[in-house]
Write a protein that binds this ligand. Sequence first.
Ligand SMILES: [Zn+2]
Length: 227
Amino acid sequence: MAKPNMNRYLRQSLDHIFQNNKKWVASKKQTDASFFDKLSAGQSPDYLYIGCSDSRVPANEIMGLEAGEVFVHRNIANLVPNVDLSAMSVINYAVRHLKVKHIIVCGHYNCGGVKAAMTPADLGLLNPWLRNIRDVYRLHEKELDAIPEEHARYNRLIELNVMESCRNIIKTAAVQKSYQENQYPIVHGWVFDLGDGELKDLKVDFEAELADVQKIYCLSPGSNSEN
Ligand SMILES: [Zn+2]
């Protein structure tokens, strides 16, 4: 019968992870005997990273950051919808309590979420989520339709989707008020290239984006962006 074999396989795969964990603990202690004492004491990361859930884009690893150095939120296609309680809670906690200095939205080329949003198909529960990406397409329809090659158009939509998430973060009161008071956080848009492992900086002009966003979405009266 196949079932006992399958059970053994499933148990083995988890055993492997626990063995990895023990090795990781040992290596951390070897490098820094007080590593876990420091982790237990609290966190004060400088970065909030918002990225895609895709298993090929491990946040800490691609940035070379250790446990405790980056606050992470991931979902399908790195979206920041304004009614998403999870994303909004993460941003508010990171900005108001952790006082992160940088917020990074990191998309990635070959994103299955963005690809799905370009496909005319009923994807059930994913429909309302991916609608956010279709909305990004609609906002930039002229530019995207002018790109003849499908893969290039797809990659550009991935970049524009990152930019839109950056703007959605800038629309929050937490970011606007903190920036007015402290001159941080700064919002950045990046794209990870699965083909070569490199991060591409989309060079978001934070000050300019903030001023532009606040023409309509100002939640921080008294900020100077209207001038
Ligand atoms: Zn993705």
